[in-house]
Design a protein around this ligand. Structure first.
Ligand code: GLA
Length: 382
């Protein structure tokens, strides 16, 4: 992103004067899907793709938001009337953050904000957590609120849960806030203990493939899965499903009588175990073993948790069939969105060509591809 262009766009939108510039990445989760709200492990990384924001304080209490990114009309409202409004779409993610800062007692004024970005929206790469953390860092710096990053992460999750009404876990906000260049994070979502793991892929790269299929039903199915997991945790007398080791779960599994529920829980328990193992393999540079766990993760999400769907399955199956692919799986909540594949550099070009072609033959849709560069977390850039 050319920051001078961003400044020029800001001035074109709001008139001459200074502005301050910030960036928040998107994220890709390498493994550990639907484990975060079950108190388990995840292994995400921040992308270099993300959202840029230019901002300036105002003398009054008006909040003005515009974006070249989402193709939507600018929104203007007063700091004294920060309420959820469906029609405001992505702006609600920003308003949720303003609301949280007001609850903290922050003394805010009005602001003018322009967002631009190169992260595909609604693709499972956390574009909404990206704009949330961007706003969190902006307000924190502009109004000297002195909140540590991990508090901004928690605040952003709260805003998404309570203001926007999506019952997500903490993985997206955490990885976007705490991300580090060329590192993944093994995060224990119960305690928020974490460890950075260098992503050293030798002769391989992470390729993100976008199904470009709409994520219909994603929110309702997501909330339904989560509620089911919480009900079973309650039944088995633990706070979170991932409090159960594999052995403990196997000893208790007979108490889950509904076969669908049992499949859901099996996914969570074994995915958590896979995530711990995958982090070790990544650390030891054992990429073949790492890739195998990526594949197992996808199969489990497909057959047990049932959150993949025809588009994601077609894209992953096409990837599995290519030479030089060590692993491929869906990433994020599922029901559309993106996959992540570990591909040998020498084969990336043919991978993109053939996977794109096979996917199109099967689904009639056109996939897009990005080489995932792992970047830093949300921050001021100028
Ligand atoms: C979405 C949510 C995350 C996490 C993933 C699934 O991205 O926002 O909290 O639950 O789905 O792993």
């Amino acid at each position: 992103m050319n920051l001078d262009v961003l400044k020029a766009q800001f001035i074109a939108q709001y008139g001459p004067g200074e502005c301050e510039l910030f960036h928040a990445p998107g994220r890709v989760n390498l493994i550990g899907e639907h484990t975060d709200y079950n108190g388990g492990y995840v292994l995400p990384a921040a992308l270099s793709l993300g959202t840029y924001g230019a901002v300036r304080k105002r003398q009054d209490r008006q909040l003005r938001f515009a974006s070249t990114k989402f193709g939507s009309v600018p929104v203007e409202l007063s700091l004294d009337a920060v309420i959820y409004n469906r029609e405001h779409e992505w702006v609600n993610s920003l308003l949720g953050i303003v609301d949280e800062f007001l609850k903290l007692g922050a003394e805010l004024s009005g602001i003018d904000v322009l967002l631009v970005g190169d992260l595909p929206a609604s693709a499972g790469l956390s574009s909404s957590a990206s704009v949330s953390l961007l706003m969190g860092v902006m307000l924190n710096e502009l109004f000297s609120c002195q909140q540590p990053m991990v508090e901004l992460v928690k605040l952003a999750q709260r805003a998404e849960n309570q203001f926007v009404g999506v019952n997500c876990g903490i993985m997206d906000q955490f990885s976007i806030g705490m991300g580090k260049k060329d590192k993944a994070m093994l995060l224990d979502c119960r305690t928020l203990d974490y460890r950075y793991i260098p992503i050293v892929l030798q002769t391989h790269s992470l390729v993100i493939s976008n199904t470009n299929s709409s994520r219909r039903l994603a929110d309702s199915e997501y909330n339904e899965r989560r509620a089911k997991c919480e009900a079973v945790a309650h039944l088995l007398g633990v706070e979170f499903l991932c409090d159960l080791t594999v052995e403990k779960f196997e000893a208790e599994a007979h108490r889950i009588t509904d076969p669908t529920t049992l499949k859901r829980v099996q996914h969570v328990i074994y995915e958590n175990q896979r995530t711990i193992e995958a982090a070790q393999y990544l650390e030891q540079g054992e990429l073949i073993a790492f890739g195998r766990l990526m594949n197992d993760s996808h199969i489990s999400l497909r057959d047990l948790y049932e959150v993949t769907g025809p588009a994601l399955d077609a894209l992953v199956e096409a990837a599995w069939a290519q030479e030089g692919v060590l692993g491929s799986r869906m990433t994020g909540a599922g029901f559309g969105g993106c996959t992540v594949s570990l591909v040998e550099n020498a084969h990336i070009e043919t991978f993109i060509e053939r996977v794109g072609q096979q996917y199109q033959e099967k689904t009639g849709l056109e996939a897009s591809f990005y080489i995932a560069n792992i970047g830093d977390g949300a921050r001021r850039v100028e």
